[in-house]
Design a protein around this ligand. Structure first.
Ligand code: CMC
Length: 393
């Protein structure tokens, strides 16, 4: 009993106050702590953006250095974690591996459960940001049977990740500054997105006082789904299935037919009813990366551009305000850089970790927060007597 607002999918329920990220979905605006995403993508770095999300302000030079040093200091994993990796099947999805390994960090850092202590919270935040690239790269290396690469403290955050992913002990990794910059920018674009499904999951898990590493594992589980972080993987699969530029029109037609069960992946968003501001930066980055790699004629890009052109002129998509979202171009970039599709969502998780842990921290510090406990409208059977087995039909 009780009278509750019925709000499936929480489309009209604000679960929290927050000072971290602002979205104006109608105008296509995304701000981290008041700074425009496009400006950050152009001028900032991922680590500086992490500092901003965590602390609310851009760091001054000495804060920037000490933050970067602290992250660098925490990039290694406990050696025992190597054995944890070896327990997985080689063909396991990297998100399954990440979910398990990140959750298992809670077994290594018991001190993190002392979440009343801001210093312990800060260490947990830094550890997570520092270790995610190492974990994601190891998940990749494990799947292809190459040795794990240790992090290198002389490299920047994105560079180090690329080195651990694509480097091998036998020869030095050839770093491309253009690709490293693109990787860093992709991380910035995915760093936070206010109360999306995975972030709300992290907050809900954390609202009980659970260990932050376990909470982030819950976020990773939620992000995995194709309606959320799995969409860039789904975009590539869709483009491959469409097969060629001349078949794009047909696919758009099919997506308009509700009975087809087919949607245009990378199109539409719960909040953006305009061009996703992240997709704009992603499209530019896509051109840069393909040019650097000398694959400007990439057929998938041609199909993506044709699909965008047709859909943006189509009444169905226009009237429903369905525009390309962040995932529409990111898959093409990541594929060109050499990441297998299965790694795409793992990269999203890597980048979103700072958002998750900033939101978790904000929740812990918020005196108004209590354990998350949604209510329901019960529609099941009313009370009835137990039926013995021999009396059942
Ligand atoms: N293709 C065709 N029709 C669509 C699409 C699409 N991609 N997206 C929404 N629609 C239609 C939908 O059928 C519905 O029509 P009607 O009002 O006539 O029933 C209307 O547009 C509204 O859609 P909805 O499903 O009620 O909207 P939602 O806010 O629940 O869903 C969404 C948002 C992102 C799940 C959805 O647009 C979708 O499935 N998109 C494809 C998957 C995707 O690209 N996901 C990535 C989201 S951004 C990154 C992230 O969050 O991780």
């Amino acid at each position: 009993t009780g009278h509750f607002t019925y709000d499936p999918g929480f489309t009209s329920t604000a679960s929290t106050e927050s000072k971290i990220t602002y979205i104006d979905g109608d105008e296509g605006v995304l701000l981290y702590r008041g700074y425009d995403i496009a400006e950050l993508a152009e001028h900032s770095t991922f680590l500086e953006t992490c500092y901003l999300l965590l602390n609310g302000e851009l760091p001054n030079p000495s804060q920037k250095t000490s933050f970067e040093n602290s992250i660098t200091n925490h990039t290694m994993l406990h050696e025992q974690i190597h054995f944890l990796f070896r327990g997985f099947r080689r063909d396991a999805h990297p998100m399954a591996v990440m979910c398990g390994v990140v959750g298992a960090l809670s077994a290594f850092y018991h001190d993190a459960t002392d979440y009343d202590d801001p210093k312990q919270r800060m260490i947990a935040q830094h550890r997570l940001i520092a270790k995610m690239p190492t974990i994601a790269a190891m998940a990749f290396k494990y799947s292809i049977g190459q040795p794990f690469m240790y992090p290198r403290n002389d490299l920047g955050y994105a560079e180090n990740f690329l080195q651990m992913t694509f480097g091998v002990p036998a020869e030095p990794y050839k770093m491309s500054p253009v690709l490293a910059k693109a990787m860093d920018r992709i991380f910035i674009l995915h760093a936070d997105h206010e109360q999306n499904a995975s972030t709300s999951t992290v907050r809900l898990a954390g609202s009980s006082g659970a260990n932050p590493f376990a909470c982030i594992a819950a976020g990773i589980a939620c992000l995995w789904g194709p309606a959320h972080g799995g969409a860039n993987e789904a975009v590539l699969k869709m483009l491959e299935e469409i097969g060629s530029v001349d078949k794009v029109g047909e696919a758009v037609k099919k997506a308009k037919d509700k009975n087809s069960g087919f949607r245009l992946m990378g199109f539409g968003h719960r909040v953006y009813k305009n061009y996703d501001p992240r997709a704009k930066v992603m499209r530019e980055t896509c051109y840069e990366v393909l040019e650097e790699l000398g694959v400007k004629d990439e057929p998938l890009l041609k199909m993506a551009m044709e699909l965008e052109r047709i859909a943006l002129e189509d009444d169905y998509f226009v009237s429903k305000k369905l525009y390309p979202n962040v995932d529409f171009y990111s898959g093409i970039i990541l594929r060109a850089m050499g990441f297998p599709t299965a790694m795409f969502t793992a990269l999203f998780a890597l980048a979103r970790t700072v958002g998750w842990i900033s939101q978790w921290n904000e929740m812990i510090e918020d005196p108004a927060q209590k354990i998350g406990r949604p209510r329901q409208l019960y529609t099941g059977a009313t009370q009835r007597p137990y039926i013995p087995l021999d009396k059942r039909k």
